[in-house]
Design a protein around this ligand. Structure first.
Ligand code: MN
Length: 194
């Protein structure tokens, strides 16, 4: 079984003007597709791993019986596939606001505004390519903001991802060029947390 690009449940224009259609199209059809293709290529030698869900591969990344170069490829491209699949889902304009999550954010951070401030600050400070995540720690159920490098998925370190912001330049450069803070500010409009 090969991994596949999940269907995008909305049009490329759906997140305009905050995320432009051209960026959406390239991000989904080129970047995400490449992660899927390279993940499948990395699994080619390992038929026993091909039917396993991406979550399982990433949670067990350190112990997979694979060559080290393939482990790196599965981590990077598998992580890319997992992270982007979640990213598209969370930005779906037809999503309803999640009241339970908002309560949890209020309890953990004091207010949604304070949470947004901390998350924005974290994303602005992330050096190079990576993601800023809101995660739930599986051992104590606490909500935490985490910056993770490259395409490392939260599930690789026992964190449950709630949502993540892609701060690779490919996610915003066409529209925002070097203005990452503006991209982050505008992302709150499409996330529709409140
Ligand atoms: Mn991306």
């Amino acid at each position: 079984m090969k991994h596949e690009l999940p269907k995008l449940p909305y049009a490329y224009t759906a997140l305009e003007p905050y995320i432009d259609a051209k960026t959406m199209e390239l991000h989904y059809t080129k970047h995400h597709q490449t992660y899927v293709d390279k993940l499948n290529a990395a699994l080619e030698k390992y038929p026993e791993l091909q039917g396993r869900p991406i979550e399982e591969l990433l949670m067990n990344i350190a112990s997979l019986k694979v060559d080290e170069a393939d482990r790196t490829a599965i981590r990077n491209h598998g992580g890319g596939h997992f992270n982007h699949s979640l990213f598209w889902k969370y930005l779906d304009p037809s999503n309803q606001k999640d009241k339970l999550l908002i309560n949890e954010i209020n309890l953990s951070f004091g207010s949604v505004d304070e949470f947004k401030k901390q998350f924005t600050d974290s994303a602005a400070k992330l050096f190079g390519s990576g993601w800023t995540w809101l995660t739930r720690n599986n051992t104590n159920s606490k909500l935490e903001i985490k910056n993770l490098p490259l395409q490392d998925a939260p599930i690789m370190t026992g964190l449950e991802p709630i949502f993540g912001l892609d701060v690779w330049e490919h996610a915003y450069y066409l529209k925002y060029q070097n203005r990452r803070p503006e991209y982050i500010e505008n992302w709150w409009h499409v996330l529709k947390l409140i």
